[in-house]
Design a protein around this ligand. Sequence first.
Ligand code: ADP
Ligand code: MG
Length: 242
Amino acid sequence: MSAVVSLTNVEKSFGAVKVLNGVSFEVARGEVAAVIGQSGSGKSTALRCINALETIEGGQIMVCGHAVHDPKLDKKTLRRDVGIVFQSYNLFPHLTAEQNIMLAPTCVKGIGKAAARDLAREVLARVGLEAKADHFPEQLSGGQQQRVAIARSLAMQPKLMLFDEVTSALDPQLTGEVLKVMEDLARGGMTMILVTHEMAFARKVASKVIYMHQGTVWETGPGAMLDDPKTPELRAFVGSGL
Ligand code: ADP
Ligand code: MG
């Protein structure tokens, strides 16, 4: 099997509240999966479980050959294979774009400074920001900061990228430039799972759409399923324009 990610009957509670109630889905190598659903349906929690930011109570999660559900999981090696980008970019304000990107390759992977700088320039070019290498975060727009955050993840050469509503804090005109970077990544063959409210983007770029409702995968299929929902819940969700 070429599945990079597989979730099987994943269960997760916060206190007495069951947030993931038997979630199962697979993402193959090179596939782009868009996770959609109402606020509170468990999308972020599912993403965080994939990267072992949450521990699960039931089921199995395999990611790039790592058994994430195993209590003996080595989180460090898992996270070398998985990049994650959130709505908030969390760049260090006192470091330039390039220095922000060089940090993990030098500190985590032990790559030398010169090589890390070359790597930073390369990933900045991939997100169209080579000219901004020496800028500090406050000198960049929100969209540019988010692109630096994506570049920072790419510098670790992940096998899988997770994106959790990375454009939600951005103005519409800045959203487009970040989506373009993600589309380029998808076209380059990166395996990606993205939680998004951008339905047009999901329809266009995703090879698989996963609609979550009340902590389960309610409906899943290709992007075209958004044009012909099988369940009243997805029909209502799509119709709500969210
Ligand atoms: P989504 O990303 O789809 O909006 P989340 O996965 O963030 O949904 O949250 C699903 C549910 O889990 C919500 O009811 C939320 O309040 C709850 N939840 C998420 N994280 C925590 C937490 N750390 N502690 C308690 N409840 C949480
Ligand atoms: Mg969320």
